[in-house]
Design a protein around this ligand. Structure first.
Ligand SMILES: [Zn+2]
Length: 400
């Protein structure tokens, strides 16, 4: 009987979770995905939400990456002999298209650990840092920030892993800037933040703190957590701007049963959103969505499913690549000058982010002299615009 009740509760919670995930997402889609520019005289320029005609994006991320090993947890300290790191690298080999974001905590502390014991700049972690840098150098792995210590000792009566819970903008910003400096000192530039245990600060202070610390994006939400705790403030399916900060959602972990995972993947692709799959970089069975052998097999099956079903349609990307593309596209300046029946169109990327393979379509008009600037595809045109530069082409009304 007890087992039956537990089973029922599990399915009921999953039902509620999925309901929360899709809530209002059709409205988000309309608000967020469409980028239509009125060029005048009934001609519209339409920019696709993802590069090169991809229908959706996929990111795999791991939280809690730090050089820590105990009898219970291995977060990958023993990079040369450790099972976890070897499995991770094997996965990168077996899925050569895969891109990964690692959320690293640069000075992880637990209530029992000595201060600065796991500070990643300590000489004893030199090999670990070299491993991290080698991954970043491969171009397939992004390192992003996961707080500073992962520990909060000031808010409740007991220490909590939600480092930023109830902190002010100033306090969070100080921690983020310290973290950023540590990463810079080992030659790694971080542009994104995911807060430990979804602690978002007093009155969502994390948003301003992340923005004011000069980060490109925040990974501040999961279904019912972070920015979406209590109510849905940002989309769970699409990148979305919140108070001037770009938020990239997490919408799947290794905890959901596989049929649910496949359903979420299929529906996210059909809506044109991003699949944000997260796991914890830990072998421990007691950590939710950890990378113990059973979950690792599950992850491999999910990756194989995406590969088989959406080889050409889903864009595998780091969160940084997604944020770069969305920021540069969002802020792209479109200007036109008329010359008789022709229109000269200039697209200017005023950001410091690369706009890769922007996919363009025209409604009510045709592009005429784009050779060398735009590449033609079956459905439109593609161009890459570097930071601070522009592309120009001519449009005529109607079809030719
Ligand atoms: Zn964490």
């Amino acid at each position: 009987m007890k087992r039956l009740i537990r089973r029922f509760l599990l399915y009921y919670n999953l039902f509620l979770w999925e309901r929360a995930l899709w809530k209002d997402e059709n409205q988000w889609r309309e608000l967020i995905v469409e980028r239509r520019y009125d060029l005048g005289n009934g001609v519209y320029l339409i920019m696709a939400p993802w590069p090169r005609g991809h229908l959706a994006a996929f990111n795999l991320s791991f939280d809690d990456v730090f050089p820590y090993t105990s009898s219970l947890h291995n977060h990958g300290e023993d990079i040369l002999t450790g099972w976890l790191n070897q499995e991770f690298e094997r996965m990168l080999l077996d899925f050569p298209w895969l891109k990964v974001t690692l959320f690293v905590c640069p000075n992880m502390s637990s209530e029992n650990s000595r201060p600065n014991h796991y500070l990643i700049t300590r000489p004893k972690y030199r090999d670990w840092v070299a491993w991290l840098r080698r991954l970043v150098g491969s171009g397939r792995v992004e390192v992003a920030d996961h707080g500073y210590t992962h520990l909060n000792t000031v808010v409740g009566p007991k220490p909590s892993p939600a480092e930023f819970a109830n902190l002010s903008v100033r306090e969070i910003q100080a921690a983020l800037e310290q973290a950023k400096e540590i990463f810079a000192s080992i030659g790694i530039t971080v542009v994104g933040v995911r807060p430990p245990a979804w602690g978002v600060g007093k009155d969502l202070a994390i948003v301003k703190a992340v923005k004011d610390s000069g980060f490109l994006y925040g990974a501040l939400s999961a279904v019912g957590h972070g920015l979406n705790a209590g109510m849905k403030r940002v989309s769970d399916v699409f990148p979305a701007w919140y108070e001037g900060l770009l938020n990239l959602p997490q919408n799947l972990t290794l905890e959901e049963p596989e049929p649910v995972a496949y359903r979420v993947i299929d529906r996210t692709v059909s809506m044109g959103g991003m699949i944000g799959l997260k796991a914890h970089y830990s072998t421990s069975l007691s950590i939710r969505a950890g990378l113990h052998p059973k979950n690792l097999q599950r992850l491999r099956r999910i990756l194989a499913y995406i590969e088989k079903s959406y080889d050409d349609t889903v864009w595998p990307a780091t969160l940084k690549e997604i944020a770069e593309f969305w920021t540069a596209r969002e802020k792209l300046q479109v200007s036109t000058t008329r010359n008789g029946e022709c229109m000269r169109v200039v697209l200017y990327n005023k950001t410091r982010w690369l706009l890769t393979d922007l996919h363009l379509q025209l409604e009510g008009g045709t592009i005429v002299d784009a050779a060398g600037i735009l590449r033609a595809t079956d459905e439109g045109w593609v161009c890459t615009i570097s930071p601070g530069s522009s592309v120009e082409f001519t449009v005529i009304q109607g079809r030719r």
